[in-house]
Design a protein around this ligand. Structure first.
Ligand SMILES: Nc1ncnc2c1ncn2[C@@H]1O[C@H](COP(=O)(O)OP(=O)(O)OP(=O)(O)O)[C@@H](O)[C@H]1O
Length: 229
């Protein structure tokens, strides 16, 4: 499902001599790990350890500088641009900063992945209304994201990430704007999805949540994998 072998990633255009951390722009160093289909992984590590960089790689937003990476059975070395775009549609992402479309109502933000799949509108309506109920935002369906609280925006981002039942879900700090009860419900959703075969990687600083929901951990420090277990 996910397979990395000696994968390194260097941010482009970063000169060694202007780096404060002396890492020469290298965000990830020789990572090797596997995540099976339906596997759940916590992605841990201090700020700057490389968690967001790794999620961007797994989301195929950037390519490894070196090493081999296989996502959803596709080898990144051999996958062409058009196939990459199709592959990305099978991945759901919750960005740290949500990245909702500010001019579209909540309903249409969440419907986006289904519209990209050209699903019939009546089916889209049912699916979106049902997930709006689940995230407790049906009453906000016509609101635009800038008028929502941070927690509401995060719940919209979560709904959009999972509505099309992606094969892989990547979430960057998906609970930072949620209260404890909402975070627990999200964890239950992730557990259900993993049970249905979705692979899930969640970057977090929420130690309490990790303790409450113990699972396999990938821990990064200075761009290296220091724990896989
Ligand atoms: N676009 C970029 N250009 C250059 N360097 C970057 C860029 N994004 C991140 N970095 C650097 O890459 C390293 C890893 O950053 P990354 O954002 O992946 O860490 P993180 O573990 O997600 O941190 P946080 O928990 O604060 O979000 C850091 O040294 C960071 O400064």
């Amino acid at each position: 499902m996910i397979r990395l072998r000696d994968v390194s990633f260097r941010h482009e255009g970063v000169r060694d001599d202007v780096r404060e951390d002396n890492q020469g722009g290298i965000a990830l160093r020789r990572l090797s790990f596997d995540v099976p289909q339906g596997g759940f992984r916590w992605l841990l590590g201090p700020s700057g350890a490389g968690k967001s960089s790794l999620l961007r790689l797994l989301h195929l937003a950037v390519r490894p500088t070196s090493g081999r990476m296989e996502i959803l059975g596709m080898d990144m070395d051999q996958t062409r641009r058009a196939a990459l775009a199709r592959l990305r549609r099978r991945i759901g992402v919750v960005h740290q900063d949500f990245r909702l479309l500010p001019d579209l109502p909540v309903f249409d933000n969440i419907a986006l992945p289904l519209r990209l799949q050209h699903r019939p509108e009546d089916e889209i309506r049912d699916e979106v209304l049902s997930i709006l109920d689940w995230v407790g935002l049906r009453a906000r369906a016509t609101a635009r994201p800038p008028h929502l609280s941070g927690g509401e925006q995060q719940r919209v981002a979560i709904a959009r990430a999972v509505i099309h039942r992606p094969a892989l879900v990547l979430a960057d700090e998906p609970t930072n704007a949620l209260d404890d009860q909402q975070a627990s419900r999200l964890m239950e959703l992730f557990q259900d999805l993993a049970g249905l075969g979705t692979t899930i990687v969640v970057a977090t600083h929420n130690d309490g949540l990790v303790r409450r929901y113990p699972a396999h951990e990938l821990e990064l420090a200075h761009g290296r994998l220091v724990r896989d277990g």
